[in-house]
Design a protein. Structure first.
Length: 317
């Protein structure tokens, strides 16, 4: 029996990702940096002067307050959440659209860019706040509460970025739903910053109530219902649309009053009461949920019709 010569096969060369790692890393970092800046921009264009503080050591006029890169105030709690989380969401969306070969590298570099902006803004703002607050237990509690809120918002920003940048439709849709309320608040802050708080059109709050439902509905239509596991994204997005407005309302209600300042048990009780009331029929969540579902189902139906029409045209050719 004879054997063919040169029976040893040469292994196929490994496919190397195109582009240079350094370039992807640099672009990722720049995306994160710009996204973090854009997230905070609605506050910065107002002049970024620290809001008046109830516990400030001296009596000053608003214009005499020092500059601060974050609007640290119990009255701006939901605004702080929106400003910080939107930066991460924008970075995640940019990485998703870009879809680089080294996705993980670009994503982590983008996260580093966003974190650099958030870290700088946090250190500068809390340094200013610490220097100006009157000494005392209540000031320490106020300072610690704001710091905990900012740290939580930075973590939420990172989570939103990871979800939206993920190649998974389910994870990205969950990220979009999670950010629908903060993005709407961020857009309202932009409007108020540009035209002035007293000049905000009366229609803005009404429109803002429905914007999250539209955003969630569009995300659900993009996600689709096939395969069946995508129903998880639908359920979570509807849950977000129900819970998050109530949570934001409860937080603002508790922190927006000076009567309960420092009374932690009473603040928690008041927050729980407002939260449960807004979750109920009087909260008005049902119409927004129905709108989101309607937009999502109509979008899925349109995609199904277009897909079948395309299949028929392909089969007839």
């Amino acid at each position: 029996m004879s054997y063919p010569e040169n029976t040893v096969q040469t292994p196929a060369p490994a496919i190397k990702p195109s582009g240079k790692p350094g370039r992807d890393a640099l672009w990722g970092w720049l995306i994160g940096l710009l996204s973090g800046i854009l997230g905070l921009a609605p506050w910065w264009i107002t002049g970024a002067t620290l809001p008046l503080q109830n516990l400030w050591a001296t009596q000053v006029m608003p214009a005499q307050m020092p500059p601060a890169l974050l609007p640290l105030s119990q009255y701006e709690a939901t605004t702080i959440v929106a400003l910080l989380t939107v930066g991460g969401a924008l970075a995640g969306l940019a990485v998703r659209i870009w879809s680089p070969t080294r996705r993980r590298l670009a994503m982590w570099c983008a996260a580093a860019g966003v974190f650099a902006v958030h870290f700088t803004a946090t250190v500068q703002s809390f340094s200013v706040l610490h220097d100006g607050l009157a000494p005392g237990t209540l000031s320490s509690l106020y300072f610690g509460g704001l710091l905990a809120g900012v740290i939580g918002s930075v973590i939420a920003s990172f989570v939103a970025m990871l979800l939206i940048a993920s190649p998974s439709h389910v994870k990205a849709t969950i990220g979009f739903g999670l950010m629908a309320i903060p993005v709407t608040s961020w857009a309202v802050v932009w409007i108020a910053s540009v035209v002035g708080f007293l000049n905000v059109p009366t229609a803005v709050p009404t429109v803002a109530r429905w914007v999250p439902a539209v955003l969630v509905g569009c995300a659900l239509a993009w996600c689709g219902l096939r395969p069946a596991r995508r129903a998880v994204a639908w359920a979570l997005n509807i849950l977000f649309l129900w819970l998050l407005p109530a949570l934001f309302t409860a937080i603002q209600s508790v922190l927006g009053t000076r009567v309960l300042a420092g009374d932690i048990p009473e603040m928690l009780s008041r927050g729980r009461e407002v939260f449960m009331r807004v979750l109920g029929p009087d909260g008005g969540a049902l119409p927004t949920i129905l709108l989101a579902l309607a937009i999502g189902l109509v979008g899925v139906g349109v995609q199904e019709i277009l897909s079948r029409r395309g299949s028929r045209q392909g089969a007839s050719q």
